[in-house]
Write a protein that binds this ligand. Structure first.
Ligand code: HEM
Length: 267
């Protein structure tokens, strides 16, 4: 064995990571497509009331100028933050065009902070929730975005690139929690015929899914980091297999979201 040979199992980890990324990218581009086709089109044509055509959305409220503007900014900037996150994870861009990586990273964090603060405002000040227990998980996500994003930024400024990479990945997961939630709910709905889901998203299954949308990705990410560090091939392979199983479940959720949650509102 030459010193340049990667440790056994590393190829499995890299490939399963790539398969996860490509699958997630399809789902995130579909999310972007829905936002542009539904919210973008209605906004451009001045049909603000049409935002509410999607079920259980408190978008347009007659006479609430600030709330309507905040909502429009929140959903339309979701396109930029989602696309920015996807670009940020492409290693070739990091290596070949580092200036793009840095500027895109700054833009991603600024918008993520705005989305988190705006989301907290929409939830608590505009009162966009069914029940308080249902509003708590997403609010914790908002706080985590602010916290993780600040840590990732400070590490980048200190040029501690290894630690920065880990915190940037954690930030990516919490920023995308709202996307994971939609995919998770639709995956659950397809596989269990909606067992336990309630109309107010406040039952035990709903709440578990709302915490799961960031706790599960964060836990899997930590396992991935641990497998990267581990010298044992078996650890790397087991984590790769777990990631592939979860990617298959995520693909079911993406299919469900495109077919039933996003597709119908894009025509
Ligand atoms: C940073 C990542 C985020 C993205 C990409 C994002 C994206 C979106 C999108 C696309 C919508 C429109 C709803 C739909 O059609 O599915 C929305 C609505 C909303 N978001 Fe966010 N969001 C983010 C973070 C947050 C956070 C952290 C909170 C709360 C603390 C939040 C609270 C809300 C609220 C209250 C609505 C109105 C939805 C309703 O009426 O049910 N968002 N968001």
């Amino acid at each position: 064995m030459t010193p340049r040979t990667p440790p056994a199992g590393s190829t499995w980890l890299r490939r399963s990571g790539l398969i996860w990324y490509l699958t997630a990218a399809v789902g995130q581009l579909a999310f972007i497509w829905m936002i542009v086709a539904h919210y973008g089109r209605k906004t451009m044509s001045g049909n603000y009331a049409g935002w509410n055509d999607k079920p259980i959305i408190k978008g347009y409220v007659e006479g609430d100028l600030i709330g309507n503007v905040m909502f429009a900014a929140h959903v339309l900037l979701a396109v930029v933050v989602t696309l920015g996150g996807l670009i940020q994870l492409i290693p070739m861009i990091r290596r070949r065009v580092p200036a793009l990586h840095r500027w895109n990273g700054r833009l991603f964090l600024i918008i993520a902070f705005f989305m988190a603060l705006g989301g907290l405002w929409l939830t608590w000040a505009r009162v966009t929730y069914f029940t308080v227990p249902q509003a708590i998980p997403v609010s914790i996500d908002g706080v985590l975005i602010l916290l993780f994003g600040t840590i990732a930024l400070r590490l980048a400024m200190k040029r501690d690139i290894d630690a920065h990479r880990r915190w940037a990945m954690r930030t990516f997961m919490v920023v995308n929690a709202v996307w994971f939630l939609r995919v998770e709910i639709m995956g659950w709905a397809v596989l269990t015929h909606g067992w336990g889901l309630t109309e107010t998203l406040s039952g035990p299954v709903d709440i578990a899914l709302q915490f799961g949308c960031y706790l599960i990705p964060l836990a899997v990410l930590e396992l991935y980091f641990m497998a990267q560090r581990s010298p044992r091939a078996v650890t790397k392979r087991l984590v790769s297999i777990l990631l592939l199983v979860l990617t298959a479940l995520m693909a079911v959720g993406i299919f469900g979201a495109i077919a039933f949650m996003w597709g119908p509102y894009t025509l």
